[in-house]
Design a protein around this ligand. Structure first.
Ligand code: PRP
Ligand code: URA
Length: 206
């Protein structure tokens, strides 16, 4: 299912990411902020359990998170979303999937993966700012399922209809979250209007 998150701060910050004049420092900082804002919305339905604690003045019945969260950035660009979410969920463990799109075929090539051992019991958030053809995200989700992940949320910043449709077809059990749903892909598989090459803009490689 697709969830396009709506919030004035998200819209404002997404405009900063999209601007071609935005430099590496501001791009990186704003992406981190967007990831945090998205996580705040996405985690609304996380299960909690009742606990009793002692405050300095007495007993307090309250609640705490009842499930582990695992963050899985898709390298490189997904790395730019990790700190914004782990600032809010400091107990989250972090796995990694290394993947790049072949520039001609647009087929994702996987070069690395490493996951914590609580994957099967955790809420797993796949992080990648861009959902273009959907090839990278669908492959990343399949790798996670092959490693036992059962509850997966795909967190992207900008998506194209092609990518959304691909995920809904390949992984109908996965919730998709976007801050912006754009018009289309261009002939090179880039999202239009999009924000350009996320990895290059985060790491200053172009
Ligand atoms: C980008 C982006 C996604 C992928 C999206 O990564 O971060 O992973 O492309 O495209 P898709 O939906 O068509 O698969 P890229 O392959 O450029 O690698 P990089 O992050 O290392 O630059
Ligand atoms: N990857 C990006 O970084 N940007 C796009 O628009 C598509 C894929």
């Amino acid at each position: 299912m697709l969830n396009v998150l709506k919030h004035p701060l998200l819209t404002h910050k997404l405009a900063i990411l999209r601007r071609k004049e935005t430099g590496t420092k501001d791009f990186r900082e704003t992406l981190e902020e967007i990831a945090g804002l998205m996580a705040y919305e996405i985690t609304r339905d996380l299960p909690v359990k009742n606990i009793t604690i002692e405050t300095p003045l007495g007993k307090c019945k309250t609640q705490e998170l009842a499930i582990d969260v695992v963050l899985v950035p898709v390298l490189r660009a997904g790395l730019g979303m990790v700190d914004g979410i782990s600032n809010l969920i400091p107990t989250a463990r972090v796995g990694h999937i290394g993947m790049y799109r072949d520039h001609v075929t647009l087929v994702p090539m996987t070069y690395y993966s490493k996951f914590p051992d609580n994957l099967p019991d955790a809420i797993v958030m796949v992080l990648d700012p861009m959902l273009a053809t959907g090839g990278s995200s669908t492959a990343a989700i399949q790798i996670l399922k092959d490693h036992g992940a059962k509850s997966i949320k795909l967190v992207c910043v900008v998506g194209a209809p092609e990518g959304v449709n691909r995920i809904m077809k390949d992984h109908p059990d996965v919730q998709i979250y976007l801050a912006g749903l754009d018009d289309k892909l261009n002939d090179n598989g880039y999202i239009v209007p999009g924000l350009g090459d996320a990895g290059d803009r985060i790491f200053g490689t172009k």
